[in-house]
Write a protein of this length. Structure first.
Length: 306
């Protein structure tokens, strides 16, 4: 979990559907991908049929270059202790070339997420991928066949994902590629939280990228986070009202909500992980040379470790 965010950030570029192929005569194509279903001993993933509309030149190996729109009606994920229900998902991809390199802009919106009886709404993810090699992205896309194929297990999915991450990291090191998180935001109880940032590989050569651990040592990035104080307040209220063993009068429950909120603020603000500015929690996360700095506070988390 410590470096899942970084792994998934690099994976996002592979998930931009068929956007990085060599230019050819312009065409338009509608692709319908069957339901994706994976399961293991204690988990399950189901993604409803996807519709992919591409507009732009057609490349080799059925890859496309240009713009794309993906629509997914719903998705469901469960593990032994939790289940996630996703509303409709829409993603658009716009790609432009600069010689042998490509920039791609991905914009995704998720209507809702339901987890533990709570509902998160209007999730937006805007990501820009800069300086990706077209020829190498063809190879990555081909290896990322899990986008349109159903695997028998999540273990097989993760094995493929590792291959994709390694290939993308090597390409990024050669060309100075960068992932820019333009906007990751969501609404909870009418309050909106937001995250922006960027990631890249600093002073990395291919010999530095023999493993995920070595890649993480070379990651350089910064994330800015803002969360209205109303969100942790609302979360404490939901917690007090939904946990079965928390009982008492209305006033007692209100006091429990206050205690929950104060405990959260003591942990987050009191210990220096974030600062409160005009009713908004703000924090900066800086990742450099395998070290993590949160709100000016150096942590002991080693991103190069498993």
């Amino acid at each position: 979990m410590k470096h899942a965010l970084l792994r998934n950030a690099f994976l996002l570029a592979a998930l931009a559907p068929q956007a990085f192929a060599a230019p050819a005569p312009a065409q338009e194509k509608l692709i319908t991908v069957p339901t994706l279903s994976m399961s293991s001993q204690d988990s399950q993933l189901i993604v409803a049929p996807r519709e992919i509309l591409t507009a732009g030149p057609r490349g080799v190996d059925e890859l496309w270059f240009g713009n794309a729109r993906v629509t997914i009606p719903s998705a469901y994920f469960s593990v032994s202790t939790m289940e996630l229900k996703f509303g409709s998902i829409e993603q658009t991809v716009r790609t432009t070339t600069r010689g042998k390199l490509a920039d791609s802009q991905s914009d995704a919106r998720l209507a809702s997420i339901e987890v533990f009886g709570q509902r998160i709404e209007d999730v937006h993810l805007g990501v820009r991928f800069e300086k990706f090699d077209l020829a190498e992205m063809q190879k990555v896309e081909k290896d990322a066949a899990f986008m349109s194929n159903a695997f028998t297990s999540i273990e097989a999915f993760n094995a493929k994902r590792g291959n994709v991450l390694m290939a993308m990291a090597r390409s990024a090191a050669r060309h100075g590629s960068r992932i820019v998180l333009e906007d990751f935001s969501l609404s909870y109880k009418n309050f909106r939280a937001r995250m922006t940032g960027h990631f890249g590989l600093r002073d990395a050569s291919e010999k530095d990228l023999a493993s995920i651990q070595q890649i993480l040592k070379k990651v350089d990035g910064r994330i800015e986070i803002s969360v209205p104080a109303g969100i942790p307040r609302a979360m404490c209220q939901a917690f007090v009202h939904t946990v079965p063993n928390i009982q008492g009068t209305g006033m007692e429950r209100w006091q429990q909500q206050q205690n929950c909120y104060q405990a959260a603020m003591t942990k987050i603000v009191g210990e220096g992980w974030a600062r409160m500015e005009d009713g908004v929690l703000r924090s900066s996360i800086v990742i450099s040379q395998g070290n993590l700095n949160v709100n000016g506070k150096s942590t002991k988390v080693n991103l190069s470790a498993d």
